[in-house]
Design a protein around this ligand. Structure first.
Ligand SMILES: [Zn+2]
Length: 428
């Protein structure tokens, strides 16, 4: 009964009606060479459907991400330190597109940093700070036009109705609308001040009364807790969202603030010290480029930092394949289309964990084994290489510098067509 049920769709599709033929169809579904002698038994039926193998994606660790930070969008600039005209903003969004830089979401950036998701080699994340209504009214339509995701960093007392939220502030209703349309909303403290102990801060007392005070000890701890954790809680509860990013006002923080943020469940902390983000950039000091009307070169410089699509920008030290005792050796011809590819990186120096990559012509980026103790990177080719020559590119980072080597070996024609088993090749 069970087998009949399992193959019913096949039976209908092929218009088979006899029991014997149903059995034949089932047999044909067995993968070649698989040991399933009990095909005739009812319990064998589920075997017919091959179990899909779940593979963790191999993320491109050489990708780079620019993170931009904008504030207000206004036609008439009065505060050039935090404003930009809508026209200038839109020109920059267009430039990203024209230059082949892909705008990705903040959550995709984090997934890439966790090694869970690939991102394009040259990406950007667009963020807006402080919660201005022009971000809703002006920036959002432009972002929609380009199909770009974006993130807002909100300080909660600066939302309309809060102690610091004036007429130009975004409202909770606007934030809810953005949220409903997939915009990422993250934390930027409660009152937007220097978070380090011992600074004069504006304290807002219950009832809205403001005073200027130097907070220390327990008073400071209570205050900073509300700035870092209270702000997250309020955003999460008021909007029903998960907040996992924290933008530090003015980029002023220290180890204590970082620890508070980590303990509160923030996955990433952002500053305003712009730099291209790489796979190994620390998660508690992610730099953003603040784009303002009075510093037009910042955007141009940022874009030039991740170079042209030819991959320029980062310097790569080329290492000779001979120095890395590669296998197969450069110029060698092997008799198997299923070679074990190896290189010894120990002569390069200390290799950054997770930075080792291998690309094989015809296969692309492949999942390598790397033994940090011996410095040996290896990859067993799992399916026959089709070409008569094979080029391998191995790259790694050592002391912050990218090192790369490439070499080419040949495959004897007979091997490319006949081949040997991976097991036999691996014994070499
Ligand atoms: Zn800010």
């Amino acid at each position: 009964m069970m087998i009949r049920f399992a193959i019913l769709p096949l039976v209908l599709a092929l218009n088979f009606s006899m029991c014997k033929k149903q059995q034949a169809v089932t047999d044909k579904q067995q993968p070649a060479g698989s040991a399933a002698p009990a095909a005739a038994a009812p319990t064998a039926a589920p075997v017919v459907a091959a179990t899909p193998k779940i593979k963790k994606p191999v993320v491109d660790q050489t990708a780079q991400v620019l993170i931009f930070c904008y504030h207000r969008l206004v036609d008439k600039i009065r505060y050039p330190g935090t404003e930009i005209t809508p026209a200038a903003f839109e020109a920059e969004m267009k430039e990203l597109k024209d230059k082949g830089i892909t705008v990705i979401s903040m959550q995709d950036l984090l997934a890439w940093k966790r090694g869970e998701k690939n991102i394009p080699p040259r990406s950007a994340v667009v963020t807006f700070d402080d919660g201005w209504k022009s971000q809703y009214e002006v920036a959002w339509p432009i972002m929609k036009k380009y199909g770009y995701p974006f993130t807002l960093f909100i300080y909660t007392e600066g939302v309309r109705g809060g102690a610091l939220g004036g007429g130009e502030a975004i409202t909770w209703e606007q934030l809810a609308d953005l949220r409903d349309n997939g915009v990422d909303i993250q934390a930027h403290t409660a009152t937007h001040q220097d978070l380090r102990e011992g600074h004069n801060v504006t304290v807002i007392e219950p009832g809205g009364k403001r005073g200027r005070k130097k907070l220390t000890g327990a008073d400071y701890e209570k205050w900073v807790q509300n700035e870092v954790v209270g702000c997250k809680d309020l955003l999460e509860q008021r909007l029903g969202i998960k907040v996992n990013c924290f933008a530090v006002p003015f980029g002023n923080y220290n180890e204590h603030v970082k620890e508070l943020a980590r303990n509160a469940g923030y996955e990433a902390m952002f500053t305003v010290y712009g730099q291209p983000i790489t796979f190994t950039s620390p998660m508690d000091a992610i730099g953003r480029y603040a784009i303002e009307a009075n510093k037009p070169k910042v955007f141009a410089d940022a874009v030039s930092m991740i170079g042209a699509s030819s991959g320029g920008g980062t310097s790569v030290a080329e290492v000779g394949a001979k120095d890395l005792t590669t296998h197969p050796a450069d110029g060698e011809t092997v008799r198997t289309a299923l070679p074990l590819i190896k290189a010894n990186l120990s002569s390069i120096g200390q290799i950054e964990p997770g930075s080792v990559q291998m690309r094989v012509s015809g296969l692309g980026l492949v999942p390598v084994n790397f033994d940090p103790k011996t410095g040996i990177v290896s990859y067993q080719v799992p399916q026959k290489l089709r070409d008569k020559t094979c080029t391998v590119i191995v790259s790694a980072k050592s002391e912050g510098k990218k090192v790369e080597t490439h070499w080419t070996f040949g495959i004897e024609e007979a091997a490319a067509t006949a081949g040997s088993s991976p097991a036999a090749a691996a014994k070499k």
